[in-house]
Design a protein around this ligand. Structure first.
Ligand code: ZN
Length: 128
């Protein structure tokens, strides 16, 4: 059995992200909110985030907490107008490989299993 690492990652039928869209101003946010952070409206609809986007900005992380392999790339991906923070996967984390404006797509990967064999699934974006 597999479970997504965050509630807004949906694995079936194809992995994708689901945001909440304000019914008044169309602002999009991840996770549960009592009110829209942009206009205070209290009603939301589900919004399926496009699985491809453009890398808006990034940084290559060289130092991290013990046990986290470095270097790795993290960035902001613009998916159809919504910014998503995620790691950039599937490409070596060197400046020659990664550019602002590059096209990327959602990618999922196993993070590990618990004692009961349940596997946690994470997400990132990889070059198209
Ligand atoms: Zn709003």
């Amino acid at each position: 059995m597999s479970i997504p690492i965050v509630d807004y990652l949906v694995l079936e039928p194809k992995p994708h992200l689901v945001a909440q869209e304000c019914t008044a101003c169309k602002a999009k946010v991840f996770g549960r909110h009592n009110a829209c952070p942009a206009c205070f409206n209290e009603s939301f609809a589900e919004y399926e985030v496009p699985t491809t986007g453009i890398l808006k900005t990034f940084t290559i992380v060289q130092f991290a907490a013990k046990g986290i392999p470095v270097p790795y790339t993290t960035g902001i991906v613009n998916c159809g107008g919504m910014d998503v923070a995620a790691n950039i996967t599937g490409v070596e984390a060197i400046p020659e490989n990664i550019t602002r404006g590059m096209e990327v797509q959602l990618a999922t990967f196993p993070l590990g299993k618990d004692a009961g064999g349940v596997e946690a699934i994470g997400f990132g974006f990889e070059p198209v």
